[in-house]
Design a binder for this molecule. Structure first.
Ligand SMILES: Nc1ncnc2c1ncn2[C@@H]1O[C@H](COP(=O)(O)OP(=O)(O)OP(=O)(O)O)[C@@H](O)[C@H]1O
Ligand SMILES: CC(C)(CO)[C@@H](O)C(=O)[O-]
Ligand code: BAL
Length: 343
């Protein structure tokens, strides 16, 4: 007869609180670091799983948990930001982390607020930086410190915070940090909402309204897909009314109509993508509780400047909005095919 094995709680990752402990910790193989502000969710877990894969079985995965006061502005949610260290240790471990580095504010800033800081430059003043002045300087300063403290071979960041990721890449390049930066795609709930530590602040009604962020992005993406399909057909079709007329004469009226429609279709560009996304956000602004839009931007991921109507190549559709007292961000990478002769 077999006895049931007693169930034990999932093992937690080893917790390290100080820089001295971290430096004393063994350092086998490649070290991959995932930086977080804690309150870990499936998005963070995906970063840790990717880190585990990239570090390999002989490498080491370190998760940092630190709510950085320097990147919060006055009146922002520093005080109410969720702090759930015990649960974070279990989540980190289950996803493959070896160590969690969770220093205190005094450990990271022993002399109080640092006088010398990283400046984010022009990109730091756009979009998120326009609404949250100083945010990116504070974020880059702590990322620089955490990179020095953890000394990783690679560090992973989520695409959800696209501007943050772009700035970290820029800092690493501009200031010769010897670390590989890896981007991880945004992890979403089944209904599309991007996972975020701040989602837990949403009431059920607010969450319904908040779904408009991802829906707006999907509407923009779908409009682009429809537009590109239409253009492909226009480029593949003979495209002149003579052909449509000839088909018509042959009694092929459906084909004629199709050829005619494709040949004469207005082929909208980025404006159509913005329009489709805006329509969803405008509906949500009339919902109860309402969505309060901060920005919707269709930007070049290299510069974060709005793309022009003739843009070809990669783009990012990004949105930020408040629902109740909770501010959320989301974005979706898009690709605009180069224009052919038919357009
Ligand atoms: N849904 C997600 N998918 C992929 N990566 C994510 C996701 N959410 C957060 N991350 C990444 O996890 C890292 C830590 O982010 P952070 O701890 O600020 O979590 P967060 O959920 O973004 O919190 P908040 O939205 O409240 O700012 C960042 O690199 C961030 O981009
Ligand atoms: C990168 C980071 C950990 C710096 O505090 C934070 O901005 C975050 O969690 O995205
Ligand atoms: N996830 C980005 C960090 C912040 O909101 O402060």
């Amino acid at each position: 007869m077999t006895h049931p094995t007693p169930t034990s709680p999932a093992p937690a990752a080893a917790l390290v609180r100080t820089a001295a402990e971290l430096h004393a910790a063994p350092r086998p193989g490649r070290r991959a670091v995932v930086m977080t502000m804690g309150a870990l969710h499936e998005g963070h877990a995906q970063l840790v799983r990717s880190a585990r894969e990239l570090a390999g079985p002989d490498g080491q995965v370190v998760v940092t948990v630190f709510v950085n006061p320097l990147q919060f502005g006055a009146g922002e949610d520093l005080d109410r930001y969720p702090r759930t260290l015990d649960a974070d240790l279990a989540t980190a471990r289950a996803a493959g982390a070896d160590l969690v580095f969770a220093p205190s504010v005094d450990e990271v800033y022993p002399g109080g607020e640092p006088q010398v800081r990283i400046t984010a430059g022009p990109l730091g003043g756009l979009l998120e930086g326009a609404t949250r002045p100083g945010h990116f300087d504070g974020m880059l300063t702590v990322v620089a410190k955490l990179l020095h403290l953890t000394r990783p071979d690679l560090a992973l960041y989520g695409q959800k915070d696209a501007q943050q990721l772009a700035l970290i890449r820029r800092m690493v390049r501009d200031l010769n940090f010897g670390v590989e930066i890896v981007a991880v795609p945004t992890v979403r709930e089944d209904d599309g909402l991007a996972r975020s530590s701040r989602n837990r602040f949403l009431s059920p009604a607010e969450r319904r309204t908040a779904l408009a962020l991802s829906r707006a992005l999907f509407a923009g993406r779908d409009r682009l897909g429809a537009q590109e399909a239409l253009r492909d057909r226009a480029e593949a079709a003979p495209g002149d009314s003579a052909r449509a007329g000839a088909l018509d004469a042959l009694g092929e009226s459906r084909l004629a109509a199709d050829a005619h429609a494709v040949a004469h279709a207005r082929l909208p560009g980025p404006a159509a993508v913005r329009e489709s996304a805006r329509a969803v956000l405008a509906d949500a602004a009339r919902a109860e509780p309402p969505l309060v839009l901060d920005y919707l931007a269709l930007i070049d991921p290299a510069t974060f400047a709005e793309i022009t109507e003739d843009h070809a190549g990669d783009a990012l559709l990004a949105v930020a909005a408040k629902v109740g007292t909770t501010r959320l961000i989301d974005n979706l990478p898009l690709h605009f095919a180069p224009h052919g002769a038919a357009s």
